[in-house]
Write a protein that binds this ligand. Structure first.
Ligand code: OGA
Ligand code: NI
Length: 347
């Protein structure tokens, strides 16, 4: 383990910070500035998954994802107690002393369980982001759980249950999206959703939130992402403005990622989003990112392309997408060039 790393964990240094260190100050055009809490009357649609008419639910989901790339799900079937327990354990993890957190990672040969500040590319970044993150794979559970954090002691038990429920919920959403797109219900089951990962973000209070960001503007490299959040901070870019996603207790925020954009041949598109910080409290969010397994072929579904709707994106294995996303992810235009069927990119 790198020795200097400990000083880099935000959560260990923020109590002593009176101002934002220069390496976290973003150039003026990228700062949230005065738009920190976006004042807009637009809101991200809320979908009640227990509404009676299944066809209407699907229409609602399709409309929301087409307009915003995002929706909030309520009455989703995951118990409130489990959600509270999971969020409690995530907060406990980030509240542990630095050495405990650092010791929870890198125990398997593939280093699948990671803990870092800003991004995995910290040392190559020009400017850092105001967050710590814990990430690890979630499937198959029996294989990956042994590398999850052992502390807090309830982590594996509670998050094991949480992940099982989120896979079920994710499957339900994917089936409905398939129906809405006109694909067979199970089109996205199996390999295309075979590698979910959990990313537990922690944004400590920030001395001046107008100068920095918790997470850069980005679109997720997933099929879909299911986010648990309890406090304000997530913003979605829509029609030229940033819309704050107001947390509803025990709800999930669902959003479209690049992989679904490719498979749906652009019928559904990922939306840019970011996380802003605040000066009064720490915010914790947990993203359940549903990724394809590495060898899955991702391409526009044949049923959605024809002479009038030619494929907008080219076919590639997910691992190729992921490898290229790593260096282009921060720039939506470069990602688009890379996935485009026109192949105007250079590697
Ligand atoms: C993410 C993400 C938003 C948040 O993890 O990809 O967009 O509010 N998180 O933490
Ligand atoms: Ni995201």
């Amino acid at each position: 383990m790198e020795i200097t790393m400990d000083q880099k964990f935000l959560s260990s240094s923020w109590p002593n910070l009176q101002f934002v260190p220069e390496s976290f100050v973003h150039p003026p055009e990228k700062r949230p500035g005065k738009l920190l809490f976006a004042r807009t009357c637009k809101t991200i649609p809320v979908v009640d998954l227990e509404a009676h008419d299944q066809t209407q639910i699907i229409q609602h989901i399709m409309k929301a994802t087409q307009e915003f790339g995002f929706f909030q799900a309520i009455n989703h079937g995951v118990s409130k107690k489990l959600i509270d327990d999971a969020m409690g354990v995530f907060k406990q993890f980030h509240a542990m002393p630095t050495k405990d957190k650092a010791s929870q990672r890198s125990k398997d040969p593939k280093r699948s369980c990671k803990f870092y500040t800003s991004s995995q590319n910290y040392s190559a970044e020009e400017v850092h982001y105001w967050r710590d993150a814990l990430t690890h794979p979630c499937y198959p559970l029996e294989e990956c759980m042994q590398f999850w954090p052992e502390k807090p002691f309830r982590y594996r038990k509670v998050i094991g249950e949480y992940v099982i429920e989120l896979r079920k919920f994710g499957e339900k959403i994917l089936e409905m999206l398939c129906e809405g797109l006109g694909l067979s219900r199970s089109y996205l089951s199996g390999g295309l959703s075979g590698n979910p990962e959990l990313m537990v973000n922690h944004y400590p209070p920030c001395p001046d939130p107008s100068l920095t960001l918790g997470l850069a503007n980005h679109k997720d490299p997933s099929l879909i992402t299911i986010l648990l959040q309890e406090e304000n901070g997530l913003q979605v870019f829509n029609d030229g403005e940033w819309i704050g996603v107001e947390p509803l207790p025990h709800s999930f925020v669902v959003n479209v990622g690049y992989v679904l954009q490719i498979i749906s041949n652009g019928k559904l598109k990922g939306a840019e989003h970011r996380a802003v910080t605040n000066s009064s409290f720490a915010r914790t969010s947990a993203a359940f990112l549903i990724y394809p397994s590495n060898d899955s072929l991702i391409e526009p579904a044949k049923a959605l392309t024809n002479a009038c709707y030619p494929p907008l994106y080219r076919a590639m294995q997910f691992k190729e997408f992921q490898r290229n996303f790593l260096c282009r992810g921060a720039n939506a235009e470069l990602v688009l060039q890379f996935i485009s069927s026109q192949q105007s990119y250079s590697t």
